[in-house]
Design a protein around this ligand. Sequence first.
Ligand code: PDD
Length: 287
Amino acid sequence: MARYAYVNGRYVDHREAHVHIEDRGYQLSDGVYEVVGVRDGRLIDETPHIDRLDRSLSELRIAWPVSRPVLGFILRELMRRNRLRDGLIYMQVTRGVARRDHAFPSKPVKPALVITTQHRKRAEADPGQGVAVKTTPDIRWARCDIKTVALLPNVLAKQAARESGAFEAWMVDGEGRVTEGASTNAWIVTKDDELVTRQTDHGILAGITRHTLKSLAGALQLKLVERPFTLAEAKKAKEAFITSATSFVTPVVKIDGVPVGDGRVGPTARRLREEYVRFCASGEAVT
Ligand code: PDD
């Protein structure tokens, strides 16, 4: 079956899809992106993802490449062409093509829009065995709230984790506090049964899965506290887990080789994953 990508106004064969070598995303990482999960042919949490894209664009003063309704149309058309039922959609907007110069182009250029899809196995409510994480210093910049394609610290962190046999990297700031994962938000359940995840500020990405899960946790009457937690606290926690559009809610059973709790998937992470997968299947929206 042919696989299509959307590139600047055209649906093209994925193998032939290309952008110009002077695209500022390629040369300067001058662009932003979104990853949206797809379940049963429906985009999960579409509105908050597109709102976040809008925010990332405006923080970097990049114009919308197409109108918001047109983007919605293109996403659906690409899903239709690629027969995407379960998986994810990746969209990227860069400032466009211009002669290389760090400053913005002096004449307006058209932002570049690229969209691809990936088929993935439909997420199960059962969390499986959980995953291990490896910690690494958070060496990123001071605007991690912007979802930019400048991901080199995240790439290096994830690679270090994978080389050590861990699934995800947890980044730790200068004060010993876990900020977030290389591509996920980080959570713990304390001995007092408090659900803790870092507050959203410029230090982390405001995850859409995180936001939805906050509301689902509220409905389950779980006590949620948004504050930084240290690595030492995480190692003593009852449970830990990560959230993202691609990992949903995935329990963390080991941090730097140390088992979390009894080293098995705990009841809170299990319950929250079940709730989140149910939410995805239902097509509901959280406000
Ligand atoms: N990553 N933190 C970081 C640094 C991320 O890159 C992501 C998402 C998240 C979770 O955000 P959300 O729940 O909206 O997916 C947190 C995507 C999936 C990626 O880069 O592939």
